[in-house]
Design a protein around this ligand. Structure first.
Ligand code: HEC
Length: 108
């Protein structure tokens, strides 16, 4: 019981801390949109939401076929990009590709 209390006391500030302002309200169903997944998980390397090259290439305007993109996300690339095969469901992978396709390639 005492341990539980300690755990609650430790966890409390974390739970009650205000969420960082995102300038966007979360979607009603609490599931991340493909864009949110992308920004949170991929944005470190694929900058500006995939619109410009960073550690990873620019994805906007890619001419690779869907299967190539899905396989790259699933399998990653040794020493370049982590594999996300276990992190996403098939429909999340499709949604990520749809998101990439929706990006405007302004530089062209
Ligand atoms: C650690 C950095 C890093 C992260 C994180 C990362 N990538 Fe990559 N990504 C790369 C690099 C580097 C390449 C180029 C690999 C190659 O030579 O094909 C790449 C290639 C790709 C390609 C192929 C692009 C093309 O036209 O050839 C896609 C699609 C892609 N990444 C999507 C994603 C998605 C979606 C995520 C998040 C789930 C993600 N990446 C996370 C570094 C990263």
């Amino acid at each position: 019981m005492q341990r539980l209390l300690v755990a609650v006391v430790i966890a409390l500030p974390v739970v009650t801390a205000p969420l960082p302002a995102r300038g966007q309200s979360p979607p009603a169903d609490q599931t991340e949109t493909a864009e949110q997944i992308f920004v949170n998980t991929c944005g470190f390397c694929h900058q500006a939401g995939g619109r410009v090259a960073g550690r990873g290439p620019k994805l906007a305007g890619t001419e690779r076929p869907d299967e190539y993109l899905i396989n790259r996300i699933r399998l990653g690339k040794e020493g370049a990009m982590p594999a996300f095969g276990r992190a996403f469901t098939e429909s999340q992978l499709r949604a990520l590709v749809e998101y990439i396709r929706s990006l405007k390639d302004d530089a062209r």
